[in-house]
Design a protein around this ligand. Structure first.
Ligand code: FES
Length: 239
């Protein structure tokens, strides 16, 4: 059998607005939405543009809006949508470059802004020491290290969609990945404590709901709110 896929087509600068274009694609039991898009690209319309790479939920590049919800298209089966249609649009909240491809430069700048590396003090390269951790120390931040930067959390976040300057779920979870690492000696308070950072979050929790890796960015944000509040009364507290 086949299912109807309605796909957003848009070339900014050439088209006035996106239009939905319909394609009938086969439904195989193991076909994901991404397989449907690949079928369109390979057999029906080579001009369709979208991102993907690993096809196994690791690279984070295939996020799109599927029937109104942000989803990884490689991890979403066509059979979920019954008789169809399946509507595929770019992730909400990001400028469209072409068809289903969005501009992620702003997102990458946010990731960089939280200084996502281990900050050490009083050491000069080359660093030869090993910094062993206990399983408990690893567990403290491991959850936040599972993020694949798929952007689904931003697309689901009502704060980000209204305010593109909001630092957002993945960047704050990434900061916590380092804040909670026993090897890190850094301080990201200057970035995280801004109105457009943790205090901008209204704790709707959609970011956590859509995360395919169960990172729980909403928890990361609420947790840092507590850290920041403590910091205002105990300036020497760091985490
Ligand atoms: Fe890599 Fe979907 S193609 S996560």
């Amino acid at each position: 059998r086949t299912i109807r896929m309605e796909v957003a087509r848009f070339r900014p600068g050439e088209d006035d607005a996106p239009v939905m274009q319909g394609y009938d694609v086969p439904v195989l039991p193991d076909w994901a939405v991404l397989d449907g898009l690949n079928h369109i690209k390979d057999r029906l319309d080579g001009s369709l543009s979208y991102r993907w790479s690993c096809r196994m939920g690791v690279c984070g590049s295939c996020g799109m809006t599927v029937n109104g919800e942000p989803r990884l298209t490689c991890g979403t089966f066509l059979t979920e949508y019954g008789e169809g249609p399946v509507r595929i649009e770019p992730l909400k909240g990001f400028p469209v470059i072409r068809d289903l491809v969005v501009d992620i430069d702003g997102f990458l700048a946010k990731l960089s802004s939280v200084r996502p590396w281990l900050i050490r003090q009083g050491e000069e390269p080359p660093l030869t020491a090993e910094y062993a951790q206990t399983p408990e120390q690893l567990e403290a931040y491991k959850q936040y290290s599972m993020c694949i930067n798929c952007l689904l959390c931003y697309s689901a976040c009502p704060v980000y969609v209204l305010d593109p300057d909001f630092l957002g779920p993945a960047a704050i979870a990434l900061a916590q990945r380092y804040n909670l690492d026993s090897r890190d000696m850094g301080d990201r308070f200057d970035v995280l404590s801004q109105d457009d950072a943790v205090w901008g979050c209204t704790f709707v929790g959609e970011c956590t709901k859509v995360c395919p890796k169960h990172v729980d960015p909403a928890e990361a944000i609420q947790r840092y709110k507590l850290t920041a509040a403590l910091r205002s009364v105990l300036p020497w507290s760091r985490r």
